[in-house]
Design a protein around this ligand. Structure first.
Ligand code: CAA
Length: 405
């Protein structure tokens, strides 16, 4: 009981600090500004100029991913001893926003490597697993992936059918299919979730480290997508894949909690991605409304445009502050499930709305492939779907707020 009260008091103090702003420090540290600057430079010099090409061809941007890795952006929160930049979650948010503003597909690959792959192993892996799997991914030499979703189980993740059956010698025989695997076509290692005890539902799920070079692992069809087209996505299949006991991540039966914890962090990454896409659309719109004239005046002087600009800015700033709050909490080693869901929901819906309005304000030019507005609009949509749909974020928030299930 004492523990519950103490936790409630702590939550309340955090609430006061982060909502009322009584003790909020809005300044970024020099390190945070430095990584933001590095990310912005790479985004502007290398990523944005080829974004249209990558969108049209769907070509995986391997050279740019290597550059991101060489500059510490593939393992921002990974300690230097495992090949990362050793920075905090706020730095991750700032860098993700810059890369997403350059091209959303690049930021998808970056977020899976950072949040879903490295973060999960750092939190739950053994020292050997950290050494073996994290370094190559954090340095951008290899690509990581996260396999939870299946053809018949998305939001209801416990309905998975992929099975890992323990053998007499202690190994696990894995069979089943996973779908919508970001970076699946190029990943060297994958964090896989499979049922080890179906009778136990959520408590019967175990996480495994998968080496895609090993027998029994197969890649299936790639997904043709509306947006983030340069981030490769495919089905993967396991046919009698043998996992060793030391390839279990965390403990047997703890896989669902690992997945949920990893997704909490992932949702901060997707919120940041949404902010980056929205900011790019907003900045293009500011330029356009100053330059474009109608009825003898810049369209930015018309009240209907002004209302849109004001609402875009409010939504963008709200999304940013909520995302920084979630990142700050994560950096304090506090539970941030609710704050991450609030940030992702707000930021992804803001990105969809802002890119929609940006296309509308640009009129024919917004609809044309000659400008990036239609790409921002297409790219924004996924942020309302992956790593938990907006409906799932609302469910998580409402459960946390009411205490009811
Ligand atoms: N952190 C730690 N543990 C958590 C947790 C969290 N955030 N959320 C739940 N748990 C624990 C619970 O405490 C519970 O533990 P006990 O068994 O000890 O009681 C256990 O997990 C089961 O929890 P629930 O009963 O709440 O589970 P549920 O079946 O009702 O599902 C859900 C909850 C929120 C709907 C969850 O299934 C969910 O988030 N679904 C969405 C899945 C998702 O985001 N998929 C995205 C796919 S990945 C992707 O998109 C990646 C990509 O390629 C980019």
């Amino acid at each position: 009981m004492g523990g519950v009260l103490q936790r409630a008091r702590l939550q309340f103090a955090i609430h006061l600090r982060s909502i009322r702003g009584a003790r909020v420090d809005f300044r970024f540290t020099e390190e945070q500004l430095m990584i933001q600057d590095v990310a912005r430079r790479i985004a502007q010099e290398k990523i944005a100029p080829s974004a249209e090409h990558h969108d049209q061809t769907g070509e995986f941007p391997l050279a740019n991913i290597r550059t991101l890795g060489e500059n510490g952006l593939m393992g921002i929160e990974v300690p230097a001893e495992y090949g990362g930049a050793g920075m905090d979650p706020v730095s991750y948010v700032l860098a993700m926003i810059e890369i997403a503003a350059g091209d959303a597909a690049h930021s998808t690959i970056m977020s899976v490597n950072n949040s879903l792959f490295c973060n999960g192993i750092l939190k739950n892996g053994t020292e050997e697993q950290k050494q073996l799997y994290v370094r190559a991914i954090a340095e951008g030499r290899e690509i990581g992936a996260f396999a939870l979703t299946e053809p018949q189980s998305g939001s209801d993740a416990t309905a998975m059918r992929c099975k890992a059956i323990k053998q007499a010698d202690g190994t696990y025989l894995i069979n089943g299919k996973k779908s919508w695997i970001t970076s699946g076509p190029v990943a060297k290692y994958i964090v896989l979730f499979a049922m080890t005890d179906p009778d136990k539902h959520a408590r019967g799920i175990t996480a495994f480290m998968i080496d895609t070079a090993r027998a029994g692992f197969h890649r299936g069809k790639t997904e043709p997508k509306l947006g983030i087209r340069a981030s490769a996505t495919c089905e993967i299949e396991f046919a009698d894949y043998v996992a060793q006991p030391d390839e279990v991540l965390g403990e047997e039966g703890h896989g669902f909690k690992i997945a949920m914890g990893v997704l909490d962090a992932g949702r901060i990454g997707i919120a940041s991605q949404a902010i980056g896409i929205a900011r790019a659309a907003y900045e293009a719109t500011l330029t356009y409304v100053r330059d474009r004239k109608a009825f003898g005046a810049p369209i930015g002087t018309f009240q209907m445009t002004q209302a849109k600009i004001a609402d875009m800015k409010c939504k963008l700033d709200a999304a940013l502050l909520l995302t920084l709050r979630a990142a700050w909490l994560k950096g304090q080693d506090q539970r941030f499930t609710n704050e991450a869901a609030i940030a992702k929901l707000t930021a992804s819906e803001a990105a969809m709305w802002i890119t929609h309005q940006a296309v509308q304000i640009h009129g024919g030019m917004g609809y044309s492939k000659e400008m990036p507005l239609e790409r921002y609009f297409r790219d924004a949509k996924i942020t309302e779907i992956y790593e938990g749909t907006s409906e799932i974020q609302r469910l998580v928030i409402a459960r946390n707020e009411t205490g009811l299930r």
